[in-house]
Ligand binder design. Structure first.
Ligand code: SF4
Length: 263
């Protein structure tokens, strides 16, 4: 089982059912998705940019702009399959939207430099490993954090999220995603992982997530439910905003009785 199943479950438990039975969850390629992909790549450049000794609002903006241009060039090389259907116009639109975020990203990174200091901020964003595969046989769970960072002497997972950012803290789905990765890392390393990070790439904001017992319990509970779904249990349909653009909608509305004939 993968941490992405946990995210899928949080969105809609039925999606886990369809995905585990070979139906493909199609995520449409469009300008907003390209914008998110670019911002995620940009965030991976923060450590290099923040190492610059004397950053101010102007030169930080220029460094971010240059890194975004680099990400634009690299993206088709990094994700050739996903970008097959993306035309030049869509690409330009996505890049323009990402560029429009740069001012706010620069402002927030400078505020973080002021508030936390350069060395702690660099430690929190600099990867010891980028996108490592973590797995735990005991938890029957694997996952790939955006990076592992060493902060205050502890190796912790960090995820880069390119979407919206809550006013404070992190979204519940991001919290459980980060906690699931912390649990796997703990099982791999044999050392407690008391916190994790979530980077909101479209805002240049870094949020720390404390790994609480309640979150651990929730991750374990969801993992067991996902196992049950993968074994054949079909959850109730959860009508919600995801349904309107869900690639499983047709199968979902055909009803559990029909599907159970096939599976
Ligand atoms: S159509 Fe709605 S209920 Fe069905 S799988 Fe998709 S999101 Fe879930």
């Amino acid at each position: 089982m993968s941490v992405s199943d946990i995210r899928l479950y949080i969105g809609c438990p039925r999606r886990v059912y369809f995905a585990s039975r070979g139906f493909e969850l199609i995520t449409e390629m469009n300008a907003p998705r390209l914008e998110r992909m670019l911002l995620k790549e940009l965030a991976l450049n923060y450590p290099e940019i923040l190492k610059e000794y004397s950053l101010n609002a102007d030169n930080l903006y220029c460094e971010l702009e240059a890194a975004l241009e680099g990400a634009q060039k690299d993206l088709p090389l990094l994700f050739p399959g996903e970008l097959t259907g993306a035309g030049q116009e869509m690409f330009e639109e996505g890049a323009a939207a990402a560029r429009a975020r740069l001012q706010e990203i620069a402002t927030n990174l400078l505020l973080a430099l002021e508030e936390y200091g350069k060395d702690p901020l660099l430690a929190a964003v600099t990867p010891v490993k980028t996108e490592p595969l973590l797995s735990s046989a005991r938890l029957n769970l694997k996952g790939v954090p955006s990076k592992l960072v060493c902060f205050e002497g502890t190796l912790v997972p960090s995820i880069i999220r390119p979407g919206n950012c809550p006013t404070q803290g992190v979204w519940a789905s991001d919290r459980l995603h980060a906690v699931a990765l912390a649990l796997i890392l703990e099982n791999e390393s044999g050392k407690e992982v008391p916190f994790a990070f979530v980077e909101y790439a479209a805002f240049g904001l870094l949020r720390r997530v404390t790994v609480r017992s309640a979150d651990r319990r929730e991750v374990l509970k969801i993992s067991r439910r996902v196992e049950k779904i993968k074994a054949g249990f079909m959850p109730e349909k959860k009508e919600g905003k995801l349904c309107s653009h869900c690639s499983f909608a047709e199968h979902c509305s055909s009803g559990s009785s029909l599907l159970s004939k096939f599976f």
